[in-house]
Design a protein around this ligand. Structure first.
Ligand SMILES: CCCCCCCCCC/C=C\CCCCC/C=C/C(=O)SCCNC(=O)CCNC(=O)[C@H](O)C(C)(C)COP(=O)(O)OP(=O)(O)OC[C@H]1O[C@@H](n2cnc3c(N)ncnc32)[C@H](O)[C@@H]1OP(=O)(O)O
Ligand SMILES: Cc1cc2nc3c(=O)[nH]c(=O)nc-3n(C[C@H](O)[C@H](O)[C@H](O)COP(=O)(O)OP(=O)(O)OC[C@H]3O[C@@H](n4cnc5c(N)ncnc54)[C@H](O)[C@@H]3O)c2cc1C
Length: 661
């Protein structure tokens, strides 16, 4: 039996049960399998040789296939449900789609910010691909500081139009995906000016290109911003507007409207205009689960197939995953993947509740939703970007080849630390919320608190437990509560201290940024650890077999304890553990790793990625990695010159070699 088959044979887990839990049940998993069958049986959708294409050829391929899917394939195969379309698109293209289809930012913005009339008009067009869309908020000069955007939308009551204009170079829209080449329409975020008053940024639907010949409309200058760190083929673009007119009712008017005479009214909060960012941040957390699931699948499968160094005479070389150093890297990442799954479900559920409240004009959950989605987006994208790079390094030299799948996985996920809000900025938003709660409590000790910040008034968690049991979930939560509570108070004290020293509000806040970011990160790790522990009690988990439940608990322990070890300084500084506890903490982790070691392959198998989706020679399900590497390099055009001589020889090298010294 080969190594990977033996791993599976030795596993006691019921992998199918875990897959069903992760993807929403047996029926959905079966349907996912059917869709995968549809993709693999279509010769037009094969990815072979993809890595050797250049930027233009990759873009051509993705547009060609997307058009084919939208026009022919989806209806032919009866794929109508949005999530099925997303799966079909993502897995058949094998790369990020060329149209704003799976991100759906335009669609979600209209859905969240538009009136019923606007939704009726635009959603069917955007949802069917009859118009191609983008979301143009960021400008050359401003991304983070949304209130500083410069593009103007000035209302002209004589024609009942808005005039969209880019008054400066820095007001040029920049970065928007699909804007460079494909989009016919976009959400353009611009300052609304009516009756001479600037009402701040609002969302407008702007047609960018002709529906007849796709030329940019007069008054719109569009282009592609060029190759990037990742998202190689994607047409992230720029746009400038020269007094470009759009109808009045292209302002999304659910929360802010301009009447024909120019009268402006706003409902509820100006922050509702930021709704699409909040929504996407929640979904990005789910996306990080998927990305790390891919990374750990590749690295763990490879680590049981790859043997390196004969450590005992006559014995086989050791499997990489039997090295404790390899376990210290990969097993916490495996635990993190599961942790992110559970917390992503929660934040998406909270999003649903917030949206349902909003339907009743109730904004109670909005601050918590904003703070939690910002923190989770930041923590998850940073953890996963660093985690995927760690997986790549754990695969040695072969991890660096495009054939491993890591370069594309890493370069794309690393962008998520920036898009939808730079991660430091988002953590500062979470910190702002936490400090606001501390201030509220100082005025009113009975101020209502959401479950995730109740630690602020919990006096039971502030000392080290007399008898410390690291594997007790309740103790883990208590240690986290004490640590986060102390971190939040430290950050708060630092801001107050600045103010006492005479600093103005900005300087007092700015000099406290390291503490603020630290407490927001700590709070978010607590939220993730808590959600993992609480999820162990939910029916999806408690219905699983004993062994699955036992291993889920171990993964939850690893997630909580590994962060505790990494950030032991903060836990010690907060007084909830002592430096002398670290020996035991490390020992507990090592023994937990040993337990997960034997189930690691099953735990990544449960993510259910077939080879054609994973696109990694190292992560192959059958473990036949060296054969796959050999086959992959045979597709390299550089190896396809019949005489084995590359044209550069005839162009340059021949003369060099012929020249005398
Ligand atoms: C089922 C469907 C599955 C589909 C799968 C989808 C998977 C998705 C995976 C995607 C994968 C690949 C695709 C890649 C696509 C990339 C697309 C990228 C798009 C973009 O990047 S769009 C541009 C995004 N830009 C930003 O995020 C900018 C960041 N800046 C800001 O958010 C804000 O300006 C700010 C928050 C930093 C500051 O705003 P400001 O107005 O100055 O506010 P403050 O003064 O700081 O605070 C004032 C109060 O307002 C509260 N606040 C702030 N923001 C919000 C908010 N969004 N909501 C609610 N409340 C908010 C803040 O808390 C303050 O409140 P307080 O006064 O303290 O009470
Ligand atoms: C792949 C990709 C796709 C994108 N897609 C889109 C899209 O479709 N539509 C769109 O509109 N935008 C898009 N963007 C833009 C993206 O949203 C912005 O780049 C992002 O919001 C960060 O803004 P910025 O680039 O202005 O960074 P900056 O704000 O210039 O940040 C640079 C650095 O300064 C720090 N900094 C900035 N302000 C502060 C502050 N107030 N306090 C403390 N530190 C600060 C940040 O932490 C960061 O480290 C995309 C970006 C990428 C990379």
């Amino acid at each position: 039996m080969d190594d990977i088959a033996r791993e599976r044979a030795n596993s006691k887990l019921n992998t199918v049960e875990i897959t069903n839990l992760l993807f929403g049940g047996e029926f959905i998993v079966q349907r996912m399998g059917e869709i995968r069958g549809m993709i693999t049986s279509d010769p037009a959708l094969q990815m072979r040789g993809y890595e050797f294409l250049d930027r233009e050829d990759k873009y051509d391929r993705s547009v060609k296939l997307s058009t084919y899917l939208l026009k022919t394939k989806l209806s032919e195969l009866g794929i109508n449900h949005y999530l099925e379309k997303v799966q079909f698109f993502r897995e058949s293209l094998g790369t990020v789609p060329p149209f704003d289809f799976t991100e759906r930012i335009f669609y979600n913005t209209v859905n969240g910010q538009g009136t019923q009339e606007q939704k009726d008009k635009w959603l069917p067009l955007a949802g069917s691909g009859k118009i191609l869309t983008c979301y143009a908020q960021t400008e050359l000069g401003h991304g983070t500081f949304v209130r500083g955007l410069e593009t103007t939308a000035t209302y002209d009551s004589t024609t009942q139009e808005f005039i969209i204009h880019s008054p400066t170079l820095t007001s040029t829209k920049w970065w928007s995906g699909c804007l460079g080449i494909a989009a016919t329409h976009g959400i353009v975020v611009a300052r609304l000016i009516t009756n001479g008053e600037d009402k701040g940024t609002h969302n407008f639907i702007v047609q960018l290109r002709s529906m007849e010949n796709h030329e940019p409309l007069k008054g719109v200058i569009i282009g592609d911003i060029g190759p990037k760190f990742g998202f190689v083929e994607k047409d992230n673009g720029y746009a400038r507007f020269d007094h470009f007119r759009i109808p009045r009712d292209n302002l999304l008017m659910r929360f802010a409207r301009v009447d024909p005479d120019g009268t402006y009214t706003r409902r509820l909060s100006s922050k509702l205009g930021y709704g699409s960012m909040v929504q996407l941040r929640a979904f990005i957390t789910f996306n990080t689960f998927e990305a790390l699931a891919r990374g750990t699948t590749i690295a763990i499968r490879y680590s049981v197939v790859r043997r390196q160094t004969q450590n005992r005479p006559g014995a086989l070389e050791t499997q990489l995953l039997d090295y404790t150093n390899q376990q210290f890297i990969l097993i916490p990442l495996l635990a993190t993947t599961y942790a992110l799954y559970f917390v992503a479900r929660r934040i998406i559920a909270l999003l649903g509740e917030t949206q349902a409240q909003l339907e009743q004009d109730n904004l109670t959950l909005l601050p918590e939703m904003h703070a939690s989605s910002a923190g989770l987006k930041a923590v998850s994208t940073t953890a996963v970007s660093q985690g995927i790079e760690a997986c790549r390094i754990a695969c040695g030299g072969h991890g660096y080849s495009q054939s491993s799948g890591f370069p594309e996985l890493y370069s794309n996920i690393s962008a998520s630390m920036t898009y939808e809000g730079d991660n430091n900025i988002l953590l500062l938003q979470t910190a702002r919320y936490l400090l606001k709660m501390v201030n509220e409590l100082s005025h009113n000790p009975n101020h209502p608190l959401s479950d995730n910040v109740k630690y602020l008034t919990d006096n039971n968690c502030i000392h080290r437990p007399y008898s410390l049991i690291f594997t007790s979930s309740q103790q883990q939560l208590s240690l986290y509560r004490g640590m986060v509570r102390a971190s939040v108070h430290r950050a708060h004290a630092r801001v107050l201290d600045g103010e006492k020293r005479g600093l103005d509000t900005f300087d007092a806040w700015n000099q406290a940024a390291p503490e603020l970011i630290q407490c927001a990160e700590a709070h978010t790790y607590y939220v993730i650890a808590k959600s993992f522990i609480e999820s162990l009690e939910m029916s999806g988990v408690t219905n699983m077999c004993f062994e699955n439940q036992r291993i889920m608990k171990k993964l939850s322990d690893i997630f909580s304890l590994h962060y505790m070890l990494q950030k032991s300084g903060v836990f010690i500084e907060s007084g909830v553990i002592h430096g002398s506890d670290l020996v035991e903490l490390r020992e507990v982790l090592v023994s937990l790793f040993a337990e997960i070691r034997t189930e690691a392959v099953s735990l990544v198998d449960a993510f259910n990625y077939p080879d054609f989706v994973l696109r990694s020679v190292l992560g192959r399900k059958d473990g036949d990695v060296y054969r796959a590497m050999w086959d992959w390099v045979q597709d390299n055009p550089r190896n396809k010159h019949p005489d084995g001589v590359h044209p550069v020889y005839h162009k340059y090298v021949k003369q060099l070699l012929a020249s005398k010294l």
